[in-house]
Design a binder for this molecule. Structure first.
Ligand code: AP5
Ligand code: MG
Length: 190
């Protein structure tokens, strides 16, 4: 069972590419952002707590996210593989994922970062805001907060996976098709 992680700034195209990868390779797409938005919609206990944090552009607590993640892994125990989108997002989450996967005799195979400039992603998110109406896309201030949180809390993961020789980058500032082909080239090596 393969485990690939898509990494990158908010709006980098993780969700778009993870959906294509899941379809092509018959993997389960795990987006912790989508799962949290589902909890919010259902007004669950986790959802109510997450809503306040997400709407301000802050990360949700590691323990809450990991609980949701674990449930998804258990429910899809017979999956051919997983493509993670927006997870892990802190060093603690990366370490916990390794512990969990090791206990299941599995591993993270590769972590692939979609690289592109902040100007482009802000423009993409602003465009998406008009279509999807996500609360955390509503203002440039919130988007900038998400970007700042990415730099301080998420980026340290890069070194964690680099040290394990599992870290790759692709150019995110291309068409969806070219980005997808570049990602597949890496995944196909596994
Ligand atoms: P999450 O839902 O993960 O949001 P994000 O990381 O901010 O990323 P986005 O979903 O905004 O962007 P994306 O990279 O998926 O890009 P997309 O494909 O949509 O998380 C939301 C919040 O939930 C977090 O802020 C946090 O509070 C909480 N959370 C989630 N996971 C957590 C975790 N693990 N721990 C703690 N908290 C967590 O593309 C963006 C737009 O661009 C789309 O409109 C798309 O159509 C378009 N687009 C994509 N590719 C291209 C292209 N090549 N060319 C032109 N347009 C493109
Ligand atoms: Mg997304």
């Amino acid at each position: 069972m393969k485990n690939f992680v898509l990494f990158g700034l908010p709006g980098a195209g993780k969700g778009t590419q993870a959906a294509l990868i899941a379809k092509k390779y018959n993997f389960v797409h795990i987006s912790t952002g989508d799962l949290l938005r589902k909890e919010i919609k259902n007004e669950s206990e986790i959802g109510l707590r997450a809503k306040v944090l997400i709407e301000k552009g802050n990360l949700v607590d590691d323990s809450m996210v990991f609980e949701i993640l674990k449930n998804e892994l258990i429910q899809n125990n017979d999956a051919k593989g997983f493509i993670y989108d927006g997870f892990p997002r802190t060093l603690k989450q990366a370490e916990d994922l390794d512990i969990l996967l090791t206990s299941l005799n599995r591993r993270v195979d590769a972590v692939i970062c979609l690289k592109l400039s902040e100007e482009v992603i802000i423009e993409r998110i602003r465009k998406r805001a008009q279509i999807e109406g996500r609360a955390d896309d509503a203002s440039v201030d919130i988007i900038k907060k998400r970007i700042a949180n990415y730099h301080t809390l998420t980026e340290p993961i890069r070194e964690y996976y680099r040290a394990q020789e599992k870290y790759f980058t692709v150019n995110g500032n291309t068409s969806i098709e070219i980005g997808f082909a570049d990602l597949c080239e890496i995944i196909d090596k596994y």
